[in-house]
Design a protein around this ligand. Structure first.
Ligand code: ZN
Ligand code: ZN
Length: 446
């Protein structure tokens, strides 16, 4: 029998404040709704218990700066959410379940390659930790992540931007009208992973019809062409018309259809802040669609009373966007530092705002251009206004020997000539080794 896994971790003791949208009872109503509907008694539903992710599992995907130890107290709930994603992902890959829904909080998709704290309610990127675990331990090579949260999945994009084996697709409300303000069609991936990032920013009020049109005509063909081993859905429920933070105006039924179209191997909960309103019903529709049950009877919490654009008006806009996306050519800047190993290093600076605590991260990213592998990555990061840098060096999965050596040379340089540097992380994905260096405590292997 086809089995759908479900894992609940409501994190009842973690919140960002009593009146904050990301608060303790966020999943309480969903849990009650699923019990009430008798979903958990269906023979094809299999329930799993959460587990904690280790710091090592987190570091495999993300650098926790300035030191991994500093974050541990505030990370428990986040590490359980990430560990739960790993647990259900493993169950799917091993064939224990056909698909699954990781119903956990806190969410993770705004948390990027370097982490100085919480942003957009996220500290650990649950999907990224899962994806790199499956690649390191279960031989999975190609993964598609489709982010259907109303906000751009900027953290997930950041982590996989240079990775040709991860296709990242984000559909979201246009960044000119919503946090985090990114996710435009010109963000298409790094030099070795060009066109492995696809952003589809939609106008407010796109509604079910507009959303389904984009999925059927743009997203699904793109996934099919990539032919991934696994499809993960970052399932944010904040597109619903009752959501207080956004205005896309989808219905619970519309969400069921999204799930039916995407056929994800695993859905991982992201946002969704209409806590008593939409969230329980949308989660129910998704779960029913995953289990192959009829979801059309799921009732809406109230009548749709917000404006929805009609498809005839929306279509030309979407087609224009697609043309713009497809005709865009790569335009990268080569900038080699004096100590860089041989090759062309593509440079891109960026600034990341941490809204929870209100500070800025200043980042300088360099990637070694390579036609044989994903390329070595060197990232300098600093929490403004502090002058000390922290550094992330990445040797990618299936690295070629030159990029592997480049990673070791950069790491060597960091340890021996560390003027102005507080700490560093070497993510050696090729050999699944993690090294942390701290000015005060020296070197530590994970
Ligand atoms: Zn969201
Ligand atoms: Zn290479």
């Amino acid at each position: 029998m086809k089995r759908t896994g479900i894992l609940f971790f409501p994190a009842f003791d973690w919140s960002l404040g009593d009146s904050h949208p990301e608060r303790e009872e966020r999943l309480l109503y969903t849990q009650e709704q699923l019990f009430e509907e008798g979903i958990l008694d269906l023979p094809q539903i299999k329930q799993f218990s959460p587990r904690l992710a280790s710091i090592r599992e987190a570091l495999r995907a993300q650098a926790l700066f300035p030191t991994p130890g500093m974050h541990t107290d505030s990370l428990d709930a986040h590490l359980i959410a990430a560990g739960s994603a790993i647990l259900l992902g493993e169950a799917q890959v091993r064939g224990d379940i056909a698909n699954g829904f990781v119903l956990v909080r806190p969410p993770g998709h705004h948390s990027g390659a370097t982490v100085w704290g919480n942003r957009g309610f996220c500290s650990i990127n649950n999907e990224a930790v899962l994806v790199n675990h499956l690649r390191a331990h279960l031989g999975i090579k190609k993964i598609a992540i489709v982010d259907t949260d109303v906000h751009h999945g900027d953290g997930t994009q950041d982590i996989f931007y240079h990775d040709p084996n991860v296709l990242f697709i984000s559909l979201h409300q246009d960044g000119r009208t919503l946090y985090p303000g990114s996710g435009f069609v010109n963000e298409k991936g790094g030099p070795n992973a060009w066109d492995r990032t696809l952003n589809i920013p939609l106008p407010p009020g796109a509604g079910d019809e507009g959303y389904h049109y984009v999925l059927e005509n743009w997203v699904l063909p793109r996934i099919q062409a990539f032919a991934p081993d696994l499809i993960i859905n970052s399932a944010g429920q904040d597109n619903h018309f009752t959501d207080p933070l956004a205005s896309m105006n989808l219905t619970a039924d519309g969400y069921g259809r999204i799930t039916e179209l995407l056929q994800p191997d695993l859905a991982v909960l992201e946002g969704g802040y209409s806590i008593e309103g939409a969230l329980p019903y949308v989660n129910l529709a998704i779960l029913l669609a995953l289990a192959g049950e009829d979801y059309h009877h799921v009732r809406e919490p109230q009548k749709l009373d917000r404006p929805v654009l009609n498809l005839a008006t929306l279509k030309p806009y979407i087609e224009g966007l697609r043309k713009q996306q497809q005709t865009l050519k790569p335009n990268f800047t080569i900038q080699n530092k004096a100590f860089f190993p041989k090759g062309n290093w593509i440079y891109s600076p960026r600034s990341v705002y941490y809204d929870t605590e209100g500070f800025q991260e200043d980042r300088h990213d360099y990637i070694r251009q390579c036609s044989h592998c994903a390329g070595a990555v060197y990232i300098e990061s600093r929490r403004v206004p502090f002058p000390q840098k922290s550094i992330l060096i990445r040797i990618p999965f299936q690295a070629c020997s030159e990029c592997e050596q480049a990673g070791y040379d950069l790491w060597d340089h960091l340890i021996h000539q560390s003027e102005g540097t507080a700490s560093g992380l070497l993510q050696n994905q090729l050999h699944d080794k993690l090294s942390v260096w701290q000015r005060k405590e020296g070197l530590k292997e994970f």
